[in-house]
Design a protein. Sequence first.
Lengths: 270, 526
Amino acid sequence: MKKLFVALMSLLMVLTVSACSSNQPEETPEVTETPEVTEPVEGEEPAELINPENVMTHEEYMAAEVDSLVTVEAYVQATQSWWDNTITVYAQDEDGAYFFYNLACSEEDAEKLVPGTKILVEGYKAEWSGEVEVMDGRFEFVDDGETYIAEAFDATELLGTEELESHQNEKVTFTGLTVAPSTDADGKEVAYLYNYDGSGSRESNSDLYFNVSYNGETYSFVIESYLCDNESDVYKTVEALNVGDVINCEGFLYWYEGVNPHITSVTVVE
Amino acid sequence: MKKLFFVLLLLISLTACHGQKETIAFAVPESFDENKTYELTFWAKNDTNKTQVDIYEKTIADFEELYPNIKINMRLYTDYGKIYNDVITNIQTGTTPNICITYPDHIATYLTGEDVVVPLEELVQDDDYGLGGELLKFDSVNEDEIIAAFLDECKINGTLYALPFMRSSEALYMNATYIESLGYEIPEVVSWDFIFEVCEKAMAKDADGNYLVNAQNILIPFIYKSTDNMMIQMLYQLDAPYAESNGNIEIFNDTTRELLLKLAEYVEKDLFSTFKISSYPANFLNAGQCLFAVDSTAGATWMGSDAPLIDISEDKLVEFETAVRPVPQFNEANIKMISQGPSLCIFNKEDPGEVLASWLFMQYLLTNDVQIAYAQTEGYVPVTLKAQESIEYQTYLEAEGEDDDLHYDIKIEASKLILENVDKTFVTPVFNGSASLRDAAGQLIENVTKSVRRKETVDEAYIDDLFADVSALYHLDQSGESTGLNRDLGPMPTESILLLTCLGLIWLLLIIISIKNSLNKAKDSR
């Protein structure tokens, strides 16, 4: 009897350990339902390579119709934070700039998208609230040894002109701007707001909005927190601005219902 | 020694399966310790609306005055999806907030972790601290003062996991001036057919290529903000399958197919676009470049020439009369519209006192001051009868149109639209995966719209591929698998059958040995 008991106990232990260490999928809580960009898996056809023969010049790209398939080559100037297998890229070449919205991208590739990197991009031309961009795109690295960092174009004198839009998405500088008051929900005049109306916060890594005036006109500039987060120098510099400060800014000429640059650097000059 | 060995073996066997549980199920403490300090985290969502943030801040200050031992730290969000993703990340690290704005769809996923979200029945019913409890320091609502339909929306498989905070729906905002100029009178209930008929008529152009209706060269007659709601409401209005409460996905059906193919025809004629493709419906509506815009009632303050919130420059803004109606219908005599809006849940913690403190704050968010103030910020409605029937709220509704700020007519009309149609609202089944299914519903419309615009052929074969792609992209073939709720687990694994048999035999042997020993003792004592 005792032998049988010992044998059963031993069997019990073996079974217990095996049952509890099972790798059945339902044992592991599925904690995310975020769709992932499909990456080639075993037995699946890998995505077709982008045909470099289809590469357009910047002029051809600008002339292409919205919703048409476009292929361009450009150099990364900056990226927003990688998220959910996508990344948004500010890119430029010597002829003009591009905004690649939510390019399909692995986290590993995202780390390689450093400024200067040359990429071949295929996607659809789109226009969203005036911003001309490539959406639903994919990219490949172009490993020809060429790199390019754009020199910022001084767009100060183009503020308020129609010509400014032709430099959309370019790396630009503005000099001698005066910080103009923004009005918060309480009617108080402040130098900047977390979110456009002050509904955000530093802790929430909200975008920072601030107004600048030049030649009697006021413009809305933004620190896009996915580009420069609340730990970046520019974010902290803007938080320290006062109405009336004279500043120089550098950033990318983003568009949202009008000029709305994504600023990456602010220097207080007065 | 042998006995010790057996006991150890048995203990190992019986405890081996119980090591994965991290938090014990919550039980309501007998009393709330007011001498202990609790620091709670509240993840709050606002519609990028500073007034809403101010209301949250005032609510926290008022609550902390009542309960000085509770400190609430608020983290602000403007996107439900971001809260959802952050909660999921924090479940893994055991750092969930205490109180969180949420949707039942999201809670269904949170429930994949054991004892992560606190079920609320016991708390609700508690005589001292429950809804209307005797020991509460504020004028709480009773359970029967919460709109029953809204409370039911917070139940998952019959268990209450959330309290409603605000309710909204979608509304159809129209440029009545332009629609009437085309020779149409806007009906009380607008049908899908009416919309597309008017849209087609609006596409007439002059010799310079400008649209006659707005004298501009841009016109997207119909823009839908949330295409997931669009698809869901169309299916419900047609009594077509969408999903079952057990997680069975039914959206990939013939009605969906027909709707998509019909929609493709409208896109082909440039009658329709979406927020994701073109931008905010309000921007086009206010610029006179859109006739029909569907957006949340909680977006009403952006709609119309006199809207308190406007995102386009003054030179683009046009003057027009705005009309508000329920979302377009297939059967005007049988309105069906989705119920949406934020709910509240609380996360389990090791200290039941901390959970009780969270519950007190959660309950405080349903008091009249908070409900009425927050509902007035947008086209929301309070979730309690107590607030809805209050003189303060009724006075607010009656003051519709008195100004273009607090009493902005479009916003109050949007709220009234919900109040008058609560019995016509519906929610979709909630299960682990239902949030993904919602996204997939919208993706179907987005993909068809994009494809037509990109000159791709949208036909039966296209829809076949689309169904397969979207199903795979959103893992819909796996949904409901890990919720553990209402799920057919299939046959028991062989190891488990053997284990249970073995356990049974062990117990049988122990009983036999015990009886045998007793008999021997009795025999010896004789």
